[in-house]
Ligand binder design. Structure first.
Ligand SMILES: Nc1ncnc2c1ncn2[C@@H]1O[C@H](COP(=O)(O)OP(=O)(O)OP(=O)(O)O)[C@@H](O)[C@H]1O
Ligand SMILES: [Mg+2]
Length: 309
């Protein structure tokens, strides 16, 4: 056993202990009390240790938990950052090729300053085509970026989807004729009202029609359908063209994604059409579904909540 610990208390005598006073001949001046407190000190030391260890372990656990939570909280930020970096890299890549065409063709023009516009119509039209492509791409990118930051919102009012679909079918006739495609229009009923923005809806259906026309070979068929299903207006654009492979299908809504169908035909699209389409559908509280089979065609179905008056 180790050393013992005592507590020593000394007080001047105040004359209140007559029994003890009698035990001695000399008058009491001071009272001293001595108690052994080894056990108390031992337990106090143990308590001190326990509190110390508790605080240490607690602090360590809070640091670990804080670190883990911070890492978890950072995951979405990291993902958004990576996405943003990818977006910038893809955009720069996509803009580089039309820019180099413009640069090359302009240099070609400068070689013959005495040539007339007619003589140089080929490089001039190439420059025009590429600048148009760039301008389309930049406006698409701007729309998506503004949509991401919630700066771009659509102003909704009641619009008739059946009317828009019929108008699009009519406007598409010349290009369908040019590509020798057949357009089968099926609008079942009238007054298909939804809460939406007409210009954005036209843009949406044009994106789908553009894809259907682009990826369907001559003499193919495109079905444009607008029907009511319960409380929804359902628009379907179906073609019997190239189709989309199973590998590409889940990725076609990704920005800048171009599938085999686009690469095989050396298509110059930016791969933004369906990303914009999805944004427009989301803005209208709608849903979009795409199904496809290589060699048999593709069907895109869009569902909007119908406005009942
Ligand atoms: N109707 C379709 N038939 C076959 N493939 C399609 C069809 N629609 C889309 N795809 C595939 O999905 C990809 C993405 O389509 P999206 O409209 O986003 O881009 P894009 O048409 O290539 O370019 P952009 O629309 O920007 O001009 C296309 O590259 C193509 O591979
Ligand atoms: Mg497209």
């Amino acid at each position: 056993m180790g050393e013992k610990t005592y507590r020593f208390v000394s007080r001047p005598y105040q004359g209140n202990l007559p029994k003890i006073e009698k035990l001695s001949d000399t008058p009491l001046k001071t009272v001293q009390i001595i108690t052994e407190i080894s056990a108390e000190v031992y337990y106090l030391n143990r308590l001190l240790w326990s509190v110390g260890i508790g605080i240490g372990v607690g602090a360590l656990l809070s640091i670990i938990a804080g670190y883990a939570l911070a890492r978890r909280a950072l995951i979405p930020i990291q993902k958004a950052w990576d996405k943003q970096q990818q977006f910038i890299a893809d955009a720069s890549h996509e803009l580089r090729s039309p820019l180099s065409v413009v640069q090359g063709q302009t240099q070609l023009l400068l070689r013959h300053p005495d040539h007339t516009i007619e003589e140089e119509s080929v490089p001039i039209s190439a420059i025009l085509k590429e600048t148009k492509r760039m301008s389309n791409m930049v406006s698409g990118l701007l729309l998506l970026a503004r949509g991401d930051s919630h700066e771009e919102v659509i102003i909704c009012k009641p619009v008739r989807v059946d009317g828009i679909i019929k108008e699009i079918a009519q406007n598409m006739e010349p290009i369908m004729d040019y590509k020798q495609l057949r357009l089968q229009l099926h609008v079942e009923g009238t007054e298909f009202l939804i809460n939406g923005a007409e210009d954005r809806l036209i843009q949406l259906f044009m994106i789908l029609m553009d894809n259907a026309i682009k990826f369907t070979p001559e003499h193919g068929q495109i079905d444009l359908e607008c029907v009511r299903q319960g409380k929804s207006v359902v628009v379907t654009v179906k073609d019997n063209g190239a189709g989309i492979s199973e590998r590409d299908l889940p990725l076609v809504f990704d920005r800048f994604y171009k599938g085999d169908s686009a690469r095989d035909r050396g298509d110059h699209g930016a791969g933004l059409g369906l990303s914009i389409a999805r944004w427009i559908v989301d803005q209208h509280q709608g849903s979009v579904h795409i199904s496809s089979e290589v060699g048999h065609g593709t069907s895109v179905t869009i569902r909007f909540p119908m406005l009942v008056r």
